[in-house]
Design a protein around this ligand. Structure first.
Ligand SMILES: [Zn+2]
Length: 227
């Protein structure tokens, strides 16, 4: 093995206040510019040596091959558009047993070949899965395409849906009234009062199923909707 497999130090000097404000782990803000449309262009560089680890063998490369730029989309900041430009490096892998000749830096916050930051992708999935927003609305709000938002949603719910369903403790139903209510006018007060909630004459007043919480109703509905 020719190269290191662990990090000796992290370039902490690159972590400025702007980098902390941006909050993208492993990336440091180099400079910020304004574009012709009033937006901001943030140039970032790699501040984590683990980004130079070969994805094939895990060895940290020290042989620079070249440089490249990527423009990952990130979550919105403020009212003006913010664009990221990541000035990354390309490395050669010198390990004889590794089949990877070269690779480009990647980080958990910005995966290889991804056009979105990990937190932006998670935000898109969360908007649809947990905020009751449709794919089209979320796509329009974040300025992303429909397929990208849908893929983020699928990724967001893949793990929860693969987990075993919770045990059904109470089986509830949405319809809690049967038949039509019967009203009658009081002879003395001339006001209409509810005589019977529903059901057929002579039957007892229908009662709602045993107290069902929204959680129990959701648990009961899951097997029905997915079966
Ligand atoms: Zn390698």
């Amino acid at each position: 093995m020719l190269q290191r497999t662990h990090v000796q130090h992290v370039q902490k000097g690159l972590v400025s206040d702007a980098s902390r404000l941006l909050g993208l782990e492993g990336l440091a803000v180099q400079r910020i510019e304004s574009d012709a449309f009033g937006g901001r262009v943030v140039h970032v560089v790699t501040a984590d040596e683990t980004a130079s680890a070969c994805p094939g063998c895990g060895v940290l490369s020290v042989t620079l091959k070249g440089r490249a730029c990527s423009r990952p989309r990130d979550i919105p900041y403020g009212t003006t558009r913010l664009r990221l430009i990541w000035h990354k490096r390309r490395w050669r892998c010198k390990e004889q047993l590794c089949g990877r000749a070269s690779f480009t830096e990647s980080l958990p916050g910005v995966r290889a070949r991804s056009r979105l930051t990990t937190r932006f992708r998670a935000g898109l999935g969360c908007a649809v899965a947990e905020q009751q927003r449709c794919v089209s609305e979320a796509a329009a709000h974040y300025g992303a395409s429909w397929p990208i938002v849908h893929d983020a949603f699928v990724e967001h719910v893949r793990v929860p849906l693969a987990a075993p369903l919770p045990q059904v403790l109470v089986l509830g139903m949405d319809e809690t009234r049967r038949g039509k209510p019967v009203w009658a006018q009081d002879l003395h007060t001339k006001r209409w009062v509810l005589v019977r909630v529903g059901g057929t004459p002579g039957s007892s007043t229908p009662q709602a199923p045993a107290a069902c919480s929204p959680r129990s109703r959701a648990a009961a509905a899951l097997p029905l909707s997915r079966g």
